[in-house]
Ligand binder design. Structure first.
Ligand SMILES: Nc1ncnc2c1ncn2[C@@H]1O[C@H](COP(=O)(O)OP(=O)(O)O)[C@@H](O)[C@H]1O
Ligand SMILES: [Mg+2]
Length: 229
């Protein structure tokens, strides 16, 4: 866990998409503090800006104005290289569609962030193997993506997100593409891992069972966050 009390602080966060012909304000001054170790569900109607909020939290996109402080570090004014470093070191992402590399097997996909981070190959694979075992895929290491079920593919994506020991896990509808039984198992896995590793987790979800299991539930409405629980 980070040394700071708050893993994420958002202050007056505004996001406007300006496409030339239209100007859409998606976030209208969001203020949010997430303590280290908390699990937060973000809910809200389709198109309301949940993914936008998560992308900005994850340094994948920049706000139009406002401030983000991640684990005590103000991101305003940091260049792309600095943001990428923070992202690689501190943040793990899980998306609705896993974005695994189809020509590689489970082990290679899970190890990919470490390989890109120039880890020693043997250590990278050994770390990836351990996390794949943890997510129940010890028998699937050399299966290619297409040889895995949807739930198994999402487990590989979870392993890939966690292989670098991030402090913040951001998941955008991680079970949105799975049947409810498989989705439920992924949810349970995310919560177990959260507890084991002392992660801070922010999960966009339509799944109210999952939202209920998390420490906070925040609804995005008209560009503002409303604390529901
Ligand atoms: N890159 C973009 N350019 C222009 N508009 C965008 C872009 N990304 C998202 N939007 C718009 O912003 C709004 C919020 O999108 P999004 O954050 O994906 O919502 P959600 O994840 O809650 O469904 C939508 O109206 C969407 O069309
Ligand atoms: Mg979305």
């Amino acid at each position: 866990m980070g040394k700071n009390k708050y893993m994420v602080v958002l202050e007056d966060l505004v996001k406007v998409y300006d496409t030339g012909s239209s100007r859409v304000q998606v976030l209208g001054g969001v203020n949010l503090r997430i303590r280290a170790g908390q699990t937060v569900a973000i809910v809200g109607a389709s198109g309301v800006g949940k993914s936008t909020l998560l992308q900005i939290m994850g340094t994948l996109d920049r706000p139009s104005s406002g401030r983000i402080v991640l684990d005590g570090e103000d991101l305003s004014g940091l260049d792309e290289t600095a943001l990428a470093q923070i992202r690689n070191k501190k943040i793990g992402f899980v998306f609705q569609f896993h974005h695994l590399l189809p020509e590689f097997n489970a082990l290679e996909n899970a190890a990919m962030p470490l390989l890109i981070g120039r880890w020693n190959r043997r250590e990278a694979y050994s770390k990836a193997e351990a996390i794949l075992e943890r997510v129940g895929l010890a028998e699937r290491l050399s299966h290619r993506v297409g040889e895995l079920s949807g739930g198994e593919q999402q487990r590989v994506a979870v392993a890939r997100a966690l292989v670098g020991d991030p402090e913040l896990l951001l998941a955008d509808e991680p079970t949105g593409n799975l049947d409810s039984g498989t989705g439920q198992k992924i949810n349970e896995l995310l919560l177990e891992l959260n507890e084991e590793k002392g992660l801070t987790s922010v999960v966009v979800t339509h799944n109210l069972d999952l939202a209920r299991m998390m420490s906070r539930q925040i609804r995005l409405v008209d560009g503002q966050t409303v604390e529901e629980r």
